[in-house]
Design a protein around this ligand. Structure first.
Ligand SMILES: [Zn+2]
Length: 311
């Protein structure tokens, strides 16, 4: 595979990626937030990579004759308001990495994140892509506690950093308190990233798809895959205040089955709220950064994919 880019610190307080990026000289996507150990400075960087958002300024910059007008334009949005630090940084990253949607864009981006949810190491794939699923299957067979999470995206308007590349894997690792390090998770994520790099840099794909490798034995890997279906917010009052917490029985139960009538929330006066929806597998349960986004958990459906791989 051609151009592979590893990124950490897209969220500045997710320290596994920040310190892995420092160790290996990988890109720290949001250096200002990383310095402050904050998720972001002005807005969530990982919501700034839709084509329409990235293109905000390109025409203005190239239209401007003087460098002063160019500099002003680069700092302003189409509507004349000041651009956020993250939007400017997203546009800069897009230029550095080779421009989303162009032939020169990276072939693969690995973007390292942490979550306060108990998700182990979760590989989030933004497309149901055979090559990525095979890499995921191998990782899941070689490491313990790996989950594969599909979040199919309309690539051009997807806001995530990884979508600059032709393919991407977002690596979520938790549970970890934002702004802290966890040595065990750090070492596990490091090993997973290095193994993905190894797989991406061999003739692995050609070998697996053309089936022309000789001397290898075929193994069947059954891979549980969780596809995101929707997000669920906390119960709220008419003023938007949260009125219940994640139920203790659900806390930490990411990727476990949630069935009808099981408790999901517990109100501040101890009343249980039971699940009334379809059976599903929640993830990102009680993620700290999602309180502001109105997300208590994301729901997924589970399926088993089978892969014949040549070892
Ligand atoms: Zn993150």
């Amino acid at each position: 595979m051609g151009k592979v880019v590893v990124v950490g610190g897209t969220h500045g307080n997710e320290l596994t990626g920040v310190y892995l990026a420092k160790k290996y000289g990988w890109l720290i996507a949001n250096p200002k937030a990383a310095e402050l150990s904050k998720r972001y400075v002005d807005e969530d960087l990982n919501r700034c990579f839709a084509m329409s958002k990235l293109s905000d300024s390109h025409t203005k910059q190239s239209d401007c004759g003087s460098s002063l007008r160019g500099a002003l334009a680069a700092n302003q949005s189409k509507d004349g308001t000041q651009k956020s630090y993250e939007l400017r940084r997203a546009q800069e990253i897009n230029e550095i990495l080779g421009v989303k949607g162009s032939a020169n864009s990276p072939d693969l981006i690995l973007d390292i994140h942490n979550t306060t949810a108990n998700m182990g190491i979760t590989l989030i794939l933004s497309a149901r892509d055979e090559f990525l699923l095979k890499i995921a299957a191998i990782i899941a067979s070689e490491f313990t506690g790996i989950h594969i999470y599909l979040q199919p995206e309309e690539r051009a308007e997807s806001p995530y950093l990884g979508t600059i590349a032709k393919r991407d894997i977002c690596i979520e690792a938790g549970s970890q308190v934002h702004g802290t390090l966890n040595a065990k998770l750090f070492l596990e994520v490091e090993a997973v990233v290095l193994r993905i790099l190894e797989l991406a840099n061999t003739d692995f794909l050609a070998c697996q798809t053309l089936q022309h490798c000789t001397g290898g034995s075929t193994i069947v890997i059954s891979l549980p895959v969780y596809t995101e279906t929707c997000n669920v917010d906390y119960p709220r009052d008419e003023n938007g205040n949260i009125t219940a917490m994640i139920h203790p029985n659900l806390q930490g139960k990411d990727f476990c089955e949630l069935k009808k009538a099981m408790p999901v929330f517990l109100s501040f006066d101890g009343k249980e709220i039971l699940w009334e929806g379809e059976d599903c597998y929640p993830a990102f349960i009680n993620e700290q950064a999602y309180y502001e986004k109105g997300i208590a958990m994301s729901l997924t459906k589970r399926e088993i994919l089978e892969f014949n791989l040549i070892k």
